[in-house]
Design a protein around this ligand. Structure first.
Ligand SMILES: Nc1ncnc2c1ncn2[C@@H]1O[C@H](COP(=O)(O)OP(=O)(O)OP(=O)(O)O)[C@@H](O)[C@H]1O
Length: 309
């Protein structure tokens, strides 16, 4: 497809006997957030490292639009990518603005452009008024935001973010999310690595789920949820504990004490007939609640394990 900005194929990396990543492939398009979701140690950082050129793969390729690869044009390749690493990488004793300018200088930006861009990205992450202060005096969230500014100063078309909300307060987290949504709207392509399924659900247009170094599923959230037997669960509080014979013939019903958990595909059309069927069987309903399936359910369905230990 013409809007693909990055295609990775067959990536593999082993450390000694331990295979960290194998046969990982992904496609990134302009103007989208691709969520790279997986538990601790799944191979997300290793994948990001291979994409940005910090980790040399044992096998596989990464190609940017126009056929640009690390082997053919390393400088051109790296200029098109910005990295927000998992561990904050800043010079604590240099003022915030100098940190940003240093990153820009590494990309060979001309001084006038660099000054202008440094001002723009500091403003974007809400640190313009702290530009002269040192990161040593910043909160964890402010350091994260400064690290994002450093990754953006050379105006890359692709931004790789490796767990950028680790150790961040809710206010900074929301500020970071707002920035990412704005970047996406501006046509940038983002890879967002996380083990927080709520973050992937909130931000990602498409999600690649990785486990034990392999891609176990990928697609839009709707496509991933479609892998589940039911998209929603209806929780029905009932009077008493009806015996199983009374519930026979009702599909997807599980009794949990005085509650029935009923798997439904579409709550709008399924709830009415289900409640009518309960009434016909003389089961009195005392309360109703519904729960939407989450990516946690998808991960559980695919791997038999919870995303977080
Ligand atoms: N430099 C290294 N040397 C040896 N083993 C490594 C190295 N880097 C990663 N690994 C191993 O590779 C596997 C994948 O690690 P990776 O950091 O890519 O996972 P991750 O999904 O990013 O996890 P986390 O969410 O905890 O950061 C792990 O088993 C890890 O111990």
């Amino acid at each position: 497809m013409s809007d693909e900005v990055l295609v990775a194929r067959g990536l593999r990396k082993a450390y000694g006997d331990r295979v960290a990543v194998q046969e990982v492939g992904l496609v990134l398009r302009a103007g989208e957030v691709l969520g790279l979701l997986g538990p601790n140690g799944a191979g997300k950082s290793t994948t990001v490292g291979m994409i940005c050129g910090l980790t040399v793969p044992d096998a596989g390729t990464v190609t940017l639009s126009g056929g640009v690869g690390l082997a053919s044009d390393a400088v051109g390749y790296k200029r098109r990518i910005g990295l927000v690493p998992q561990d904050i990488a800043l010079y604590e004793e240099l003022p915030a603005r100098m940190n940003v300018e240093l990153f820009g200088a590494l990309y060979g930006m001309a001084p006038a452009l660099l000054r202008r861009r440094a001002g723009e990205v500091l403003d974007m992450v809400g640190l313009a008024d702290r530009a002269r202060d040192k990161p040593a005096t910043f909160s964890g969230g402010m350091k994260r935001r400064l690290n994002i500014a450093c990754a953006l100063v050379h105006d890359p078309e692709i931004l790789l973010l490796d767990e950028p909300t680790a150790g961040v307060d809710p206010q900074s987290r929301n500020a970071i999310f707002d920035n990412l949504v704005r970047l996406k709207r501006a046509g940038k392509a983002l890879v967002y690595t996380t083990h927080y399924m709520e973050e992937a659900e909130r931000l990602a247009d498409r999600i690649t789920i990785i486990d034990h170094g392999r891609v176990v599923a990928e697609g839009t959230q709707a496509q991933l949820f479609a892998r589940l037997p039911a998209a929603q669960t209806l929780h029905v509080e009932i009077d008493g504990e009806p015996d199983d014979a009374l519930l026979s013939g009702l599909p997807g019903v599980q009794r949990v004490g005085q509650r029935l958990d009923i798997s439904v595909g579409d709550i709008g059309s399924d709830a009415g007939p289900l409640l009518a069927a309960l009434a016909r069987r003389g089961i009195a309903v005392r309360g109703l609640a519904s729960a939407r399936a989450t990516l946690e359910d998808v991960f559980l369905q695919l791997t038999g394990r919870a995303l977080r230990d």
